[in-house]
Design a protein around this ligand. Structure first.
Ligand code: NAD
Length: 315
């Protein structure tokens, strides 16, 4: 069995596959050469960069399995692959904790203006130090504030657990609410069960100090001008879900008007080159779609993927 890990795979996952007799190539073949080169392989694993579309599946009749290291499978024509008898696997749970921590990196950044001080202090230097310091002196705490979590799936629930640990109130909205209470690890081996408060989308938007988005990709933004209008003045938004879920024009408008105090963004309409007015905005904390990019998550993803692939080829 030959596997092409086109967007790489964690060394632990690679070792597991090789120990099971599967040969793994981690060379990165450019998208336009894949239809020719992938013909020599039985399986391919991708992250978000490589696309496995209908034409590529048609060009590779030997292909038996497509593995996606991560959650979103919008870079794979899943239904078509399955029609053709090609198995498709993703690793939905492995990165949730890492994405949830990144949400808090953005929240802590925004409430203390780190995104702006990190940019300006090295440029303005000591000459303007006092003015700069004054402008960053009106931070606020997260403790006691309300976090609205839109999309209460795997990542949304991990975000809630951290929020409870930080002393925040949590409101949740999900069209398919399931979990009614969460077990929060408090350290020292102590855990606590905390009930989840579900509200309507409108209530969540109107009552939250911070809103964090954890929904799947959708053609139409989940947060647009209408939703921004319903938010509290000075509210903030974090989006570590998928580009396209927030209307970026509307976002810029409310950042500029002062209605929104800041935004934390890991995902964008145009990746990897988002629009510059967002990239340079003093109220935007930026990360380049690295929600799942921790050593721990990548190892869990590699192990989960390797286990799925080994089990598939054992059948
Ligand atoms: P999940 O499927 O476990 O949860 C998504 C939840 O959203 C579901 O409970 C669903 O019912 C709910 N939902 C669907 N449409 C909704 C809507 N319009 N409003 C409110 N809720 C809605 O998925 P997950 O693992 O929690 O992942 C959430 C998102 O995070 C996905 O878009 C995924 O691709 C993305 N993600 C991003 C990164 C990153 O690097 N930033 C990493 C992993 C996952």
């Amino acid at each position: 069995m030959k596997l092409l890990a086109n967007d790489g795979i964690d060394p632990v996952g690679k070792q597991m596959l090789e120990a099971a007799g599967i040969s793994v190539d981690t060379i990165n073949i450019p998208q336009d050469q894949l239809s020719e080169k992938l013909q020599n392989y039985d399986a391919i694993t991708v992250r978000s960069a490589t696309k496995v579309r209908k034409a590529l599946i048609d060009a590779c009749p030997n292909l038996k399995l497509i593995g996606r290291g991560g959650v979103g499978v919008d870079n794979i024509d899943v239904e078509y692959a399955m029609e053709k008898g090609v198995a498709v696997y993703n690793t939905p749970a492995s990165s949730s904790a890492s994405v949830a921590e990144l949400v808090f990196a953005h929240l802590f950044t925004g409430v203390r203006f780190l995104q702006d001080s990190n940019r300006k202090m090295p440029i303005e230097g000591n000459t303007k130090f006092n003015d700069l310091k004054k402008s960053y002196a009106k931070g606020i705490e997260l403790r006691g504030k309300t976090l609205g979590i839109l999309g209460f799936g795997r990542i949304g629930r991990e975000v809630a657990k951290i929020a409870f640990g930080t002393g925040m109130e949590v409101l949740a909205y999900d069209p398919y609410p399931s979990t009614t209470e969460l077990e929060v690890v408090l350290g020292g081996g102590v855990t606590a069960k905390v009930p989840v408060i579900y509200v309507t989308k409108e209530e969540l938007i109107g009552q939250s100090d911070f809103i964090s988005l954890h929904v799947p990709f959708s053609e139409k933004p989940v947060i647009g001008a209408g939703e921004f209008n319903q938010m509290k003045k000075g509210a903030a938004l974090v989006n570590c879900s998928r580009g396209g879920t927030v209307d970026e024009d509307a976002l810029l408008e409310v950042l500029n008007s002062g209605k929104l105090s800041f935004a934390g963004l890991d995902v964008f309409d145009n990746e990897p080159t988002p629009r510059t007015d967002l990239l340079q905005h003093p109220k935007v904390s930026l990360t380049p779609h690295i929600g799942a990019s921790t050593n721990e998550a990548q190892e869990r993803i590699g192990v989960e993927l390797a286990t799925l692939i080994i089990n598939y080829f054992k059948q």
